[in-house]
Each structure stands twice: as C-alpha cells, then as structure tokens.
Design a protein around this ligand. Structure first.
Ligand code: BYC
Length: 322
C-alpha cells in the first residue's frame, strides 16, 4: 500500500524520506508511504495491544456477579466496558494499516498473535480486582503514556484517549486496596495475597530486559517506542512502591532496595522462564481465556452477519435511488 508518491519515486528515496520523517519526529499517517517492516511491526504490536484489552475483560468479568456492593459493581462494569472500547479503538487503528479485524481475530485464535502475559492469571478473590486496577492498569498507563508519542498517528491518538480512562481504572484499583487494608485482618491478608500474586507478572508486562528485546532496535529507529522496556519498568516500580508502603502492603521482593545515588529502587530477578511459559500458551489460564474468546466469537457470528446484511441492504437501496 502507498500513496501516489510511491509510483513516481524510487524505493531508496522513499525509504530515505521515511527515515528522515521519523527521525524528525513527524507523525506517519495511514495514507503515507511506509516500509513493509514498519507496517508489520505495528500490526504485530497494535493487534497484540487490542487483544490484550479484550482478553483482559475476562479476569475482571469473573467478579461482576460477586462485587461486594452495588457501587463496586457499577464501577467494575464501567471499567470492563472501557477495556472493550479500548480494544475497539485499537482494532480500528490497526485496520488503517491494511489488515482486517477478521484476520487479527484469526491470528489470535490460531496462536500467531500474542496478548499480554498478565491476563493468563486467575482472579481468586475480590482484592485481585483491586490489584488489577492498581498494578495492571498502573503498569499499562506507564507504557501507554510513552506510546502517546509513538510515530504512527492513529496509534498515538488512540493512546491519548485510552490513557485518560486508564487513570480512573488505576485509582479505582488503589481505592479497593486501600479499603481492604483498612479492614479486618482477613481483608488485609487477602489484599497482601493479591499483591504477592500480581506484582511479578505486572513487572513482566513491560517485556524482556533491554538486551533481550528483539524488536526494540527497529522500534527505536522508527520512534514506535520512545522508552526502553527497562526504563518503563523502573518508572512503574519507583512510582508504585511508595503507594504500597503508604497503605501497609509489602512488596514481595526481598531484594528491593532504595538506591540513594540513582534515586530509584533496585529490584530482584524476574522469572523469565515463567514469562516465556505464559506468553507461549502455557500459563495457568491461557487455555480457558482462548476457549472462552473462541466460543463467544462463534456465538456472536449471527450478530455480525445480521449487521453486514443490513449494511448491504442499505447500500443497495442507496444505489437504486441514484
Ligand atoms: N506479554 O522485543 P520485545 C490493559 C513478546 S491491556 C506478552 O520487547 P516489543 C488492560 C513480544 O510480543 C494493555 N508478550 O517486543 C486491559 C515479542 O514476541 P513476538 C496491554 C510479550 O513489542 C484489561 C517478544 O515478547 N498493553 O491495560 O518491542 C484490564 C519480545 O519482546 C510481552 C500493551 O499491550 C507481554 N507483556 O515490546 C486491565 C502495550 N512483552 O511478538 C488492563 C503495547 C513482550 O515477537 N505493547 N512480549 O512473538 C508494547 O508496548 C510492546 O509490544 C511491549 C513489548 C512493551 C509489550
């Protein structure tokens, strides 16, 4: 795909112009010429991002019928709907790169496309909903604030809107954790248990350490990424540890220490074997998440068919009138 330019200018010259534009920090738009590798990189990352938003509805959906109050239930429902909305903006933004929604869903169902490691863990108690909002959305915001300045225009604009909603999600999660820490001994234990289970997988959300991140070189060259995986992970840790301490939660890392010189925390070793196991389909809930998505997608086929038939009928009527 390309615009009129591409038929008149030599490929080397197109690439040189593209590199100059990304180096200068220009936004690339859907109709601009772009190298295939840039398009592929974005389709991979944006579809993974969209799938994460949608699959992320499942662990939270598990608690809608068991939310402890009507207020909590309303907030949780609103949050889950937001996540579905984020998935839809991101699928639409990815479609501008020439891939169809059907193809993206097919890639998810066949295992070709990944989604965030974090959504393959179970939500065992109500505090898990607090931990997801606080830690998972908190990690996502750090990553997504940086992506607001990504070089592809439709992706960057989707991020601006998504970040506004994510900050509400992060606060509702922290509020749940705060209330539980002010509650009974059992409630405090539940909150700490959720913290223990979600902390490390949240750190893994930022991806492998910089030296082990195969896509980072291209991502930096084209300004898709503005910060490294480790820079963002560090930012998240530095921001989150004081929040945990403030409400009396212990971060489950014996090696966590404040480094006065660096003005940031040093932290323990991340279990990358676990990360690779989970992103390659063998986490605690991968099978369940995918089976549910496939079932719901198949059950909803008639809705998509009806909507397409209605649209085709309207188009035919317009043609007849012309
Ligand atoms: N999970 O070279 P690297 C939300 C893969 S949802 C799974 O560093 P890159 C929410 C990576 O794909 C928001 N896989 O890759 C929703 C690659 O494998 P492939 C979720 C991961 O792309 C509901 C390989 O590891 N946020 O907020 O330069 C409820 C090497 O990695 C992960 C996003 O999706 C992972 N965590 O950097 C609550 C952010 N990390 O593709 C909340 C958008 C790495 O070669 N994505 N891999 O097979 C990104 O910013 C980047 O893609 C990443 C990875 C930083 C994640």
């Amino acid at each position: 795909m390309g615009n009129d330019q591409s038929t008149m200018v030599a490929p080397d010259e197109l690439l040189a112009r593209f590199d100059a534009r990304t180096a200068a920090g220009d936004a690339i738009e859907a109709k601009d010429w772009m190298p295939d590798a840039y398009r592929k990189h974005l389709v991979r990352q944006m579809s993974q991002h969209a799938h994460s938003e949608v699959i992320g509805m499942q662990p939270e959906g598990n608690w809608v019928t068991r939310a402890p109050s009507l207020r909590a239930k309303q907030i949780l429902l609103a949050k889950i709907q937001d996540e579905g909305g984020h998935g839809l903006y991101l699928y639409s933004a990815a479609e501008t790169l020439g891939i169809s929604r059907d193809e993206m869903i097919h890639q998810l169902h066949s295992g070709k496309a990944k989604y965030s490691n974090i959504f393959n863990y179970p939500t065992l108690n109500w505090a898990d909903i607090g931990a997801i909002g606080w830690l998972v959305d908190g990690a996502a915001i750090v990553n997504q604030v940086s992506l607001q300045r990504t070089s592809y225009g439709p992706y960057s604009r989707a991020m601006v809107r998504i970040c506004k909603e994510e900050s509400f999600h992060q606060r509702q999660g922290y509020e749940i954790m705060t209330y539980m820490m002010r509650g009974t001994a059992e409630q405090r234990e539940m909150a700490q248990d959720a913290m223990n289970r979600w902390w490390w997988p949240s750190l893994m959300m930022f991806g492998p350490h910089d030296g082990d991140s195969p896509h980072s070189a291209d991502a930096f060259k084209w300004k898709i990424k503005r910060h490294t995986n480790d820079e963002l992970r560090q930012k998240f840790i530095d921001k989150t540890v004081p929040q945990a301490e403030l409400i009396g939660l212990k971060v489950p890392d014996a090696d966590l220490k404040w480094n006065e010189e660096k003005q940031s925390y040093t932290y323990g070793k991340i279990n990358w074997d676990e990360f690779h196991r989970v992103i390659n389909g063998n986490g605690p809930c991968n099978k369940q998440r995918m089976e549910h998505h496939i079932k719901v997608h198949n059950d909803g086929a008639w809705v998509r068919e009806a909507a397409t038939a209605y649209k085709n009928k309207q188009n035919a009527q317009k043609t007849n009138l012309n």
